[in-house]
Design a protein around this ligand. Structure first.
Ligand code: NAP
Length: 519
């Protein structure tokens, strides 16, 4: 049984595997990948495809899948078309719907992990606790939950949407009922007949709220900002079309290409040509008017920023759920949690039996920043100071042989992140090949080129809906800079990282007496 299959068995039986079932950590691996979501798994597969076997994947959980393992809330699925939500080298003709549900995506990831025999490289329950670059030895010294190891190259693929963010609400610990985050859904809680409060109205809440509403006695949604919601067009993919995709894979590639091109058109709107966005705003307003009759509720649910400034949401059931007589949309700010409910700034105590947080993730303050220390011992957090930056979203000056997947300014609001991940994989592969071919010990991006790159990214960002759209979003870091999104067509990013560019790097070579710099 492969490690991946083994872990699937664990998942299905809900039992953690005994420590003896875990593969041991090696003392050293040429490449250590941290995380086994789309990014980490993709890196592992590409290494295998290239005949590279000296690597391990550290995974903090007992299963692969990243966000698609952790988010199991009712109704969880992908709002990016399933045709785009797979690796280009492992298409899936079997997607059941035009937008795939979470269990299918997780199954897909297990399937590719098995297909490419990645299992032997996976190390579960091996959370990375600390990574420190040893300049003299030219390697990473890694401390994990399961012991220590060293690596020449560290690929951080921990994902920006992996650590749930909980608001610091006074009194939360005193709440008498169950309280959990949507990314850590507590399936043991029976919500039937309960008065449930949901905090947040983002992409997660909009999926789970309509799914749970029918069984509740009362639903209170605490909304800080009314999102833009557009109609959702999810349809089953007929078996005949799936068979056709399987028999003639080029058909699916064409479907994928069409989806991709359509999505890229949105970039024109996001980057300042607002006529397209106005068209979509009209669609959003029409949906709201059609589905919500009460003018007061409609006013509460009307967004007050330009569409696209925050992630666009898609649902046909969100507004009807909120318009239901047993639902209440509360816009007064949260003040405190009491043992029996939530008090808002208008003085109302909302009595609740359970509380669910759809409050998003630590994005610009992601875990990697505190755990990775560079050439002079500095942490990424110390260097970034709340505003992450990297060269081409991937490498950081002062941190040799570190590659970030889905790093700063590689996020998207309009198409599949898998496209960006695959683009980055190519770049990292190129760097690994360069190290191998030249015998170099390390590569460290030049700070001046990193700065110039980021200045250019921010120049393209200026005037876009993300910065000028009149909203506060998780795309913006604590300094107000958008350090999350890629502000252009995704094919332009792919072109930038198509080839590894050694001239942008300080290269060191190992000599008998230590490590020497060259260029
Ligand atoms: P999110 O988009 O960050 O939304 C968090 C929600 O919680 C927002 O409505 C936010 O209000 C609210 N909130 C946060 N802190 C609060 C506080 N202290 N008091 C009151 N309200 C608070 O999080 P998410 O919905 O989990 O989605 C995160 C990202 O995950 C998405 O943008 C998307 O990239 C990804 N995602 C994707 C899918 C998919 O289908 N592909 C599905 C789910 C999630 P404000 O708007 O006022 O900040």
């Amino acid at each position: 049984m492969s490690a991946s299959t083994e872990s699937r068995a664990v998942r299905e039986h809900g039992q953690p595997e005994p420590a003896s079932a875990l593969l041991p950590l090696p003392a050293h691996a040429r490449t250590v990948i941290v995380g086994s979501g789309f990014a980490g798994l993709g890196m592992a597969i590409r290494l295998k495809q290239q005949g590279q076997h000296d690597f391990v994947v550290l995974e903090r959980a007992a299963d692969i899948g990243g966000t698609w393992r952790d988010n199991t809330y009712p109704g969880c699925g992908c709002d990016v078309a399933s045709q785009l939500y797979s690796y280009s080298f492992a298409s899936n003709p079997d997607w059941s719907h035009s937008y795939a549900p979470q269990p299918e995506i997780l199954d897909y990831l297990h399937d590719v992990a098995d297909r490419y025999a990645v299992g032997a490289h996976l190390r579960f329950r091996a959370e990375l606790l600390d990574a420190c670059w040893d300049e003299d030895a030219a390697l990473w010294r890694l401390r994990t939950a399961r012991g220590e190891l060293t690596a020449q190259v560290l690929v951080a693929a921990m994902g920006p949407l992996s650590d749930p963010a909980m608001p610091e609400l006074p009194g939360l610990a005193r709440f008498a009922g169950p309280a959990f985050h949507s990314a850590r859904w507590d399936h043991s809680v029976d919500l039937r007949g309960k008065r449930v409060g949901v905090i947040g109205t983002g992409a997660s809440a909009i999926q789970f709220v309509p799914q749970i509403a029918a069984q509740l006695s009362a639903l209170t949604v605490f909304q800080r900002t009314a999102p833009w919601v557009l109609p959702r067009t999810n349809a089953p993919i007929p078996p005949a079309r799936r068979r056709a995709y399987r028999r003639v894979p080029v058909l699916q590639r064409v479907a994928r290409g069409l989806r991709y091109s359509g999505g890229e058109l949105l970039v024109l709107g996001f980057s300042g040509r607002t006529a397209l966005l106005r068209l979509l705003e009209r669609q959003g307003r029409a949906l709201l008017e059609r589905q919500v009759r009460d003018p007061q509720l409609r006013a509460k649910l009307t967004p007050e920023f330009a569409l696209g400034c925050k992630r666009i949401l898609f649902s046909n059931t969100w507004y009807p759920t909120l318009a239901d007589p047993k639902s209440d949309v509360v816009t007064s700010p949260l003040v405190e949690v009491t043992p029996t409910g939530v008090r808002t700034a208008d003085g109302t105590l909302h009595t609740l039996d359970a509380l669910i947080f759809g409050t998003g993730f630590h994005v610009t303050d992601m875990a990697v920043g505190a755990r990775v220390r560079g050439r002079v011992g500095q942490r990424l957090d110390d260097v970034w100071r709340g505003s992450p930056q990297a060269y081409r979203g991937t490498t950081v000056a002062g941190f040799p042989n570190l590659f970030l997947l889905v790093g700063p300014n590689t996020g998207l609001g309009h198409t599949s992140i898998v496209y960006m991940i695959e683009s980055q994989l190519r770049y990292v592969e190129g760097a690994l090949r360069y190290l191998e071919r030249t015998g170099a010990a390390s590569l460290e991006v030049r700070p001046d080129l990193q700065d110039a790159y980021n200045a250019e990214v921010q120049r393209r960002m200026a005037g876009s809906v993300w910065t000028a759209g009149g909203c506060d979003s998780w795309y913006l870091d604590e300094t107000g800079r958008n350090s999350t999104l890629w502000p252009d067509f995704t094919f332009r990013f792919r072109a930038l990282v198509r080839r590894f560019d050694p001239a942008a790097y300080r290269v060191t070579y190992r000599r008998a007496e230590g490590v020497a710099e060259s260029g």
